[in-house]
Design a protein around this ligand. Structure first.
Ligand code: ADP
Ligand code: MG
Ligand code: MG
Length: 434
C-alpha cells in the first residue's frame, strides 16, 4: 500500500521518522521514532503531553496523539535516513479542534463543500546571522540598497544552493533565489500548490533553512524585524481559488487587472477582517515593528501600513501582481503556516458570501502619499490591538471555530502581558530623569 509507512521505510531506506506537529505559536514539535515502530505509530499516533507545548491544554489532560499524514512524508534530502511527517492531533479519539493543521484542513473542507479549493504560494524571507543571532553573518554585506546584490548572494552560495538543491530533489519546483532588501536577508521561491501542501512545505522550509544554516555555522531566522533599521522579513501569501474541475476562479480575462468579481469579493473580505486577521498573520510583539514601520535604510520597508489594495504596486496590503491571483503582503516570518492561510480563507469566503466590495483601488505610492487618502484604515499598531480585533471578529470565530480563537487569544494575551511587564532600556533612557 502506497501509504504504508513501514513499507515506505523499507523502500526508501528510512531509519527514523520525525512525527511532527505545529502548535498555536508556530513551534515545530516532534518525536523521533525508529522505523521498526512506525507501523503502530501510523495507526495510533505518537503520544505527547499537550500542555507542554502551546496548545491551550491542561497538565491533567489525557495524552495527545500526533497521527502522521503519510501524504506529507518528506525524506530529509540532507539526511535521507530520516523521514519527516506532518500530523493531525487527536485526543480522546477526537480531532483536537484548536490544532493548527486541523483548523486549516477543516476550513478548506468547508470551502470545498461550496466548490472552492484554495491554492497558495508563500515567500518566506529570512536572515542569515551569526550563530548567536546578534549580527548578520556577512560583514561585507553592508550596502545601503543590498537588494539583489550578486556578490552578497554568492558569498552565501553554499547555504542557498544546498537549500535549493533540496527543494529540487523534493520536486517543489523552486525557480529563483535572491538577496533581499535588508543586509543579510534572502528569499527562495518555489511553486504554489494546494494550500495544505504549501503549509506543510512552509513548515518544512523553515526547519530546512535553519538546519542547513546551522550546518554552515550560521543561523537562519524568520523573525519579522530582527534589526530595527533594516527591512523586516515578510511572508507574502499569493492566493487563488480553484474549481473542482481545475479552473482558476480568480482569473477573468475581462475583469479589471485580469481578476474576477469573485476575487474582488475575496479581497473585500480580507479588507473587512484585516485587523482581526493580523492576529494570525502578524502574531508576535515584534511583528508590529515590521508593519507600520518608519522608512528603513534601504528607502522603503516594503511592508504595509494601511488596509488598502492596488495593482502591481508593493506599497499596499494587497497587490494584484498578475491575472488570476492576489498577493497578501501582510503576513510575516512568524505567521503560523496553518493558521494564517486558514484565517485568510475564512475572511475571503466571508467576502464572497456577503459580496463585500473592496472599495476603490489605490494606485499611489502609499508610503509617500498615503496621508492624502481620506478614510484609509490603518493596520493595528501592536499585538494587543490585533488581539482585541480578533476578539470582536465573528467572521473568524464562526469560521475557524471558538476553540482555536479562544485558545490562541488566551495564550497570546499572556504573551502580551509578559512583554508589558518587561522593563526596556528605552523606558530607562526616556524616563529615568523625569
Ligand atoms: P513577488 O516577489 O513578485 O511577490 P515571487 O515570485 O517571489 O513574487 O512569489 C510568487 C509566489 O506566488 C510563488 O510561490 C508562485 O508560485 C505563487 N503563485 C503564482 N501564481 C499563483 C496563483 N495563481 N495562486 C497562488 N499562488 C501563485
Ligand atoms: Mg518575492
Ligand atoms: Mg511578494
Amino acid at each position: 500500500m502506497a501509504n504504508d509507512l513501514a513499507h515506505a521505510a523499507q523502500e526508501l531506506g528510512i531509519k527514523y521518522f520525525l512525527i511532527s506537529y505545529v502548535d498555536l505559536f508556530g513551534g515545530l514539535r516532534a518525536k523521533l521514532a525508529p522505523a521498526a515502530a512506525i507501523g503502530s505509530m501510523q495507526r495510533a499516533g505518537a503520544g505527547f503531553a499537550g500542555f507542554a507545548t502551546w496548545l491551550d491544554m491542561s497538565p491533567a489532560d489525557a495524552d495527545l496523539f500526533a497521527v502522521p499524514d503519510p501524504e506529507s512524508l518528506i525524506q530529509l534530502p540532507w539526511k535521507p535516513e530520516v523521514g519527516w511527517l506532518a500530523s493531525d492531533l487527536v485526543m480522546n479519539d477526537e480531532l483536537v479542534a484548536q490544532a493548527p493543521r486541523n483548523v486549516l484542513k477543516s476550513t478548506m473542507l468547508g470551502a470545498e463543500s461550496i466548490g472552492y479549493q484554495m491554492k497558495t504560494g508563500v515567500e518566506c524571507e529570512f536572515f542569515l546571522t551569526n550563530a548567536d543571532g546578534t549580527k548578520i553573518s556577512d560583514t561585507a554585506d553592508n550596502a545601503i540598497k543590498p537588494c539583489y546584490d550578486q556578490s552578497a548572494l554568492m558569498r552565501r552560495y553554499d547555504v542557498i544552493k544546498e537549500i535549493c538543491d533540496c527543494m529540487l530533489a523534493l520536486g517543489w519546483g523552486p525557480y529563483q533565489n535572491d538577496h533581499e532588501d535588508a543586509n543579510g536577508q534572502f528569499e527562495m521561491n518555489w511553486n504554489f500548490d494546494d494550500a495544505l501542501v504549501t503549509a506543510d512545505r512552509h513548515v518544512f522550509f523553515k526547519y530546512m533553512a535553519r538546519a542547513i544554516a546551522e550546518k554552515h555555522g550560521l543561523r537562519a531566522t524568520f523573525m519579522p524585524k530582527p534589526f530595527i533599521d533594516l527591512t523586516g522579513s515578510g511572508c507574502h501569501m499569493h492566493t487563488s481559488l480553484w474549481s473542482e474541475e481545475g479552473a482558476n476562479l480568480f482569473a477573468d480575462e475581462d475583469g479589471e487587472l485580469g481578476v474576477s468579481d469573485l476575487c474582488y469579493n475575496f479581497i473585500g473580505g480580507l479588507i473587512h477582517s484585516a485587523d482581526a486577521l493580523c492576529a494570525f498573520t502578524n502574531p508576535t510583539v515584534n511583528s508590529y515593528k515590521r508593519i507600520n514601520a518608519p522608512r528603513t535604510v534601504s528607502g522603503a520597508t516594503w511592508a504595509p501600513n494601511t488596509v488598502t489594495y492596488t495593482g502591481n504596486n508593493r506599497t499596499h496590503m494587497i497587490r494584484i501582481p498578475d491575472a488570476g491571483r492576489l498577493e497578501l503582503r501582510l503576513p510575516d516570518g512568524a505567521a503560523n503556516p496553518y493558521l494564517a492561510p486558514a484565517a485568510v480563507l475564512a475572511a475571503g469566503l466571508d467576502g464572497i458570501q456577503n459580496q463585500r466590495e473592496p472599495g476603490k483601488r489605490l494606485d499611489i505610492n502609499m508610503y509617500t502619499d498615503g496621508h492624502k487618502v481620506r478614510g484609509a484604515k490603518k493596520l493595528p499598531l501592536n499585538l494587543l490591538d490585533a488581539l482585541r480585533a480578533l476578539e470582536k471578529s465573528t467572521v473568524l470565530r464562526n469560521s475557524l471555530g471558538a476553540p482555536v480563537v479562544d485558545g490562541f487569544l488566551k495564550l497570546k494575551h499572556e504573551e502580551w502581558n509578559a512583554y508589558a511587564r518587561h522593563l526596556t532600556q528605552w523606558e530607562r533612557d526616556n524616563t529615568l530623569d523625569i
